[in-house]
Design a protein. Structure first.
Length: 225
């Protein structure tokens, strides 16, 4: 059985109970919040033990976007947004803010559990030694990235995307291949999701952002120049 804590944030008590029941069966400990303000309060009190957050978008007091912004100021904890909208622009906006995953309502509880387990599995693995890629130093164990000795802040998805690119150094990767390997499930949205993430990563890498090369008609390639 696992020993990890998940914060479930949703203003619908029936939705919280549904999610809690399915995750509890897998051995997860569950914390609950019925609105954005309560979510931030609980997170601050338990940030050292919360492994993942399931966060509804539409809530009273503070909506999901506001909660996400505040949490991302201090934490890279994986966050899955629960949304009834399912609109492409909303998803791109969320990825810009640091969302790791989207699940649109209504959803299958079993699919939600599978997504949760996939993300947590990826956060647990990767214990290889630190590697230097032309001044970009990646520590898989600590999941940190430094550029010329200065640590930069990446969301979980940004980190995984950068790690996938450097692990396939000098190889042209199609957008479909990136989606299948980094997002780790059949993604039916627009591939501009990748472009949005790449843009943010390049900006955070500064001058070394040029190492991520756009391959027209294909996708991207990481190459130290």
């Amino acid at each position: 059985m696992v020993n990890e804590t998940i914060l479930v944030v949703d203003d619908e008590s029936r939705m919280r109970k549904l999610i809690k029941d399915f995750l509890a069966q897998k051995g997860y400990s569950i914390l609950e919040a019925e609105d954005g303000e309560k979510a931030l309060e609980i997170f601050e009190e338990n940030k050292n033990k919360i492994s993942l957050i399931l966060l509804d978008v539409m809530m009273p007091k503070l909506d999901g976007w506001s909660v996400l912004r505040q949490i991302r100021q201090t934490s890279k904890v994986p966050i899955i947004m629960l949304t009834a909208r399912g609109e492409e622009q909303d998803e791109l906006f969320g990825f810009e803010l640091g969302v790791d995953e989207y699940i649109s309502k209504p959803f299958s509880p079993k699919i939600l559990v599978a997504r949760v387990e996939a993300i947590l599995k990826r956060t647990r693995k990767d214990t290889n030694k630190t590697k230097d890629y032309g001044g970009i130093v990646i520590d898989p164990e600590g999941r940190t990235v430094k550029v010329d000795g200065k640590q930069i802040e990446l969301s979980l998805r940004e980190y995984e995307l950068l790690k996938y690119l450097v692990d396939n150094e000098n190889i042209a990767l199609s957008r479909d291949k990136i989606l299948n390997n980094v997002w780790n499930y059949d993604y039916y949205g627009d591939s501009r999701t990748i472009d949005s993430h790449i843009k943010k990563i390049r900006h955070k890498l500064g001058k070394k952002g040029k190492y991520i090369e756009t391959m027209r008609g294909v996708g991207y390639k990481f190459e130290v120049k």
